[in-house]
Design a protein around this ligand. Structure first.
Ligand code: ZN
Length: 473
């Protein structure tokens, strides 16, 4: 994808770079690498690594188009953070989502060129956090780190499970160049071509002596290793396992020891602002339990389906995912909520859906989902608008209600002390009663274990009694 290139240095890029979607659009100049060069000059072979985890706060910006479309799913984001922490475990970095996710709706940012990207960073970056933007198209690349914008942009299409793009761009953020540094813009001077024997490893390419020569500034697969010849005439193949190379995601699995040490000193040095926040505690949590509706329930309202699950101690919230397929590939809803109940109002009629939930805790987006449950929507929709209360000032919905689902009572006026809600079965027996909360206008009745049939909901409000029939199906 050809984009406007505003940086003069990019005009020097060979044509093949412009003719296809690039893996990485990061451009680091010698001055961007000044800290690293100094670090490498003083590195004596042993680092300053400690045994404690280093908590790294991410400010996550999820960018959609003007209508909010195209956003990265939460499922992908949470899984990405878990992958990232595995990828950075040897370095001792532990990434976590700092505060709320920032949702941005802007088509110019969603598919941006370099200039719009620069505006996006300037407008939305938060200081002392790693600002990362998930977008549709980051200037024709899978991703890039902008040294001047001090932020990372990643394409949603490159952020899927098992991606290494995010780790790669974070490597740049923490000072690392490409292993093939110098080859991005054509053939480097012979002195800058790293030799296999390591003679010029501190001055050529990325300046790390434990990353072997790499002359491949384009995407390559580890299954078809190309062979190069160094200035000494020694043949070699690049190391496909390094995140800072351009090998395919499935080939990469590590930062070298020196790369790790540089990143550790970088976060303790010029990036130390990241460490000024209160430390987090990574909470381990139990799984939630799906409560209602029961599995395989049919004929729910497509415009009013209520899902609920158990509350879990130490949960920050819950990620709900609803899909038409058992593999959860076609996602119908994917939301984060601090509640344990969600009402879906935009499902399709006469469809079968699966739903499951995972618990999100502080510093922990890695818990498993529950087993999924299935439900089907019917042809009928809930006719009553929620604001369209019946003439006597209250309503009960949905009606009919699926056995096991919640039954909502909504009143026009607030309840006061002494008001009462009661439910009678069709034999006239009182089976449930509660006093609604003083000052509240809605109250949920659980229909767990109620047999199918007709019921009467009776409300006593300010001394007046009125009733509404409800059918449980
Ligand atoms: Zn890169």
């Amino acid at each position: 994808m050809i984009r406007k290139f505003l940086l003069p240095i990019l005009l020097a890029a060979p044509l093949w770079m412009l003719a296809q979607e690039n893996y990485c659009g990061t451009v680091q100049t010698d001055s961007d690498l000044a800290w690293l060069r100094e670090w490498q000059a003083s590195y004596n072979g042993s680092g300053t690594r400690g045994s404690d985890l280093i908590y790294v706060p991410l400010k996550v910006h999820i960018v959609g188009n003007d209508e909010g479309g195209g956003r990265l799913t939460l499922r992908t984001l949470y899984t990405d953070i878990c992958n990232l922490n595995e990828q950075f475990a040897p370095t001792g970095f532990y990434f976590y989502i700092f505060g709320d996710i920032d949702y941005i709706n802007n088509s110019d940012y969603y598919e941006h060129d370099w200039l719009a990207g620069a505006y996006m960073f300037a407008e939305n970056n938060v200081t002392n956090l790693v600002n990362i933007y998930f977008v549709g198209d980051p200037a024709g690349n899978c991703g890039y780190f902008s040294p001047s914008g001090n932020a990372i942009a990643v394409a949603n299409s490159c952020a899927g499970t098992s991606n290494t793009t995010i780790a790669h761009e974070l490597g740049h953020f923490f000072s690392l160049p490409h292993t093939f540094y110098g080859w991005e813009f054509g053939l480097p001077d012979i002195d800058d071509q790293e030799q296999v024997d390591g003679d010029n490893c501190t001055t050529a390419a990325d300046g790390f002596c434990d990353t072997p020569p790499d002359y491949l500034p384009e995407r390559w697969s580890c299954f078809t290793l190309p062979v190069f010849t160094d200035p000494d005439g020694v043949e070699f193949s690049p190391d496909e396992t390094l995140y800072m190379s351009y090998s395919s995601d499935e080939c990469q699995n590590r930062f070298s020891e020196e790369q790790q040490e540089a990143m550790i000193d970088n976060i303790n040095g010029p990036r130390a602002g990241l460490l000024t926040w209160e430390p987090i505690s990574v909470a381990d949590v139990e799984s939630a339990e799906l409560l209602s509706p029961e599995d395989n329930i049919t004929n729910l309202f497509s415009n009013y389906t209520e899902l609920s699950w158990s509350s879990v101690e130490n949960a920050l919230g819950y990620e709900l995912i609803v899909s038409l397929t058992p593999t959860f590939t076609a996602i119908s809803a994917n939301i984060f909520t601090t509640d344990t109940t969600v009402i879906l109002t935009e499902l399709a009629p006469e469809k079968t859906y699966r739903w499951k939930v995972r618990v999100i805790a502080e510093g922990n987006t890695c818990e498993d989902y529950t087993e999924y449950r299935t439900f089907s929507t019917g042809a009928e929709t809930l006719a009553n608008d929620l604001t369209d209360l019946e003439s006597d000032g209250w309503m009960v919905f949905p009606n009919p209600v699926a056995a096991g689902s919640g039954l909502m009572v909504k009143a026009e006026n607030t309840w006061q002390s002494g008001d009462l809600l009661q439910v009678f079965n069709n034999g006239g027996q009182l089976i449930w009663q509660e006093q609604p909360g003083v000052g509240a206008q809605q109250h949920m009745i659980a229909t767990n274990n109620w047999p199918t049939g007709m019921y009467l909901v009776r409300m006593t409000m300010d001394g007046l009694v009125s009733s509404s029939p409800v059918f449980v199906q």
